[in-house]
Ligand binder design. Structure first.
Ligand code: TLP
Length: 349
């Protein structure tokens, strides 16, 4: 329950913890556009270590982290390979094309996971008329597929393809720690499979603002320049980075609770006539339910649920997304499932 609501729309709604608010209040700061901000630097150093990379860069959002990474890896007129339902394709306002100047080549995955052979087939051969493939992006966990997890071996197979062709590989790891917790491996094992990665501090980890890009020292130097170009250099950014430090130090392990709750919610929802829940894709903190059996669009179902104080996201015309996070408990999930049952019953009458 958050502010009196059962809010399953996203893990981005999580509010900073008391420890974060205290750390923010007493953060040491400096001008990050001049000699640097000590707290931002501490967060960058901690993150680089955590992800096993040489260097890291603090940015305001996951969208900015992906765009800065894209700009740092590629040149205008190249092509990027993305999974068909990648967040970068659907929900980042086409920054990859509008700002990055890239053509996008989408490869259909299974539950968001691309087969290495399909990625290889999508790589452009050298031909006068073709653009160059300048980048391959993966997403772990995969948002639109329902929070599905790429295993380290699946990522390594794409890394081998990218390596053979000399193409950089970027990970949209907005929820990389959910993947790490689900797989039971350190996040650095996941990040080791790509040249660069971004992750969000402001989703399940509960920080109010911020994402991190990791990669080689050289790559981060280029990324820093691109971040400045986009107006993303912060001044006394330590005030927000302080919350990010608490997030990466203390909030990762508890993501397992969100995963267990998503499973519990999915199982309850799967018993409701007219709803379809793909339990196979419930691997982390996301549950997707198809509502076409109820005969109305997902947006209508979301509206009826909101009237019962349950908030969900109509992610597609026929699909609702439910996300678990630290402000929803088992009793909240149970109450939400009961409300969903009532809405379904009303619609079927
Ligand atoms: N996802 C958000 C938004 O789509 C609203 C959500 O609620 O799931 N990559 C992935 C995989 C993401 O899920 C998101 C955000 C981002 C990048 C972008 O991060 P932000 O919102 O910080 O720009």
């Amino acid at each position: 329950m958050l502010n009196g609501k059962l809010d399953f729309r996203s893990d981005t709604i999580t509010e900073p913890t008391e420890e974060m608010r205290e750390a923010m209040a007493r953060a040491k700061v400096g001008d990050d556009g001049r000699e640097g901000d000590p707290t931002v630097r501490e967060l960058e150093e901690y993150s680089a270590q955590l992800l096993g990379k040489e260097a890291a860069l603090f940015v305001i959002s996951g969208t900015m982290g992906n765009l800065v990474s894209i700009l740092a890896h590629t040149r205008h007129g190249q092509e990027a390979i993305l999974e068909r339902d990648a967040h970068i394709f659907w929900t980042e306002v086409a920054g990859i094309s509008a700002v990055g100047g890239l053509l996008v080549n989408r490869v259909a995955g299974t539950d968001g996971i691309m087969a290495p052979g399909d990625v290889e087939a999508a790589i452009r051969i050298a031909k006068l008329h073709f653009p160059e493939t300048g980048l391959i992006c993966l997403e772990n966990t995969h948002n639109m597929a329902g929070g599905t997890v790429w295993t380290v071996a699946q990522m390594a197979a794409v890394k081998a393809v990218a390596g053979r062709h000399g193409i950089p590989l970027h990970l949209d790891g907005a929820r990389i720690f959910n993947a790490a917790v689900a797989l039971g491996v350190p996040a650095k094992e996941i990040a080791a499979q790509t040249d660069s990665a971004t992750f969000c501090l402001s989703k399940g980890l509960s920080a109010p603002v911020g994402s991190i890009i990791v990669g080689t020292k050289n790559f981060i130097e280029v990324a820093k320049k691109k971040r400045q170009m986009l107006g993303g250099t912060t001044r006394q950014g330590g005030v927000i980075a302080a919350a990010g430090l608490v997030a990466v130090r203390t909030m990762i392990d508890r993501l397992a609770e969100d995963h267990a709750l998503a499973r519990r919610l999915a199982e309850k929802l799967s018993t409701i006539p007219g709803l379809e829940v793909n339990l196979r894709t419930v691997q982390t903190n996301i549950v997707r339910t198809t509502v076409s059996g109820l005969g109305v669009p997902a947006a209508k179902v979301a509206e009826l649920l909101a009237a019962q104080n349950v908030y969900v996201l109509a992610q597609q015309a026929d699909t609702l997304r439910w996300l678990t996070h630290r402000h929803v408990m088992a009793a909240d999930a149970d109450e939400a499932a009961v409300a969903m049952g009532k809405v379904a019953e009303t619609l079927k009458r």
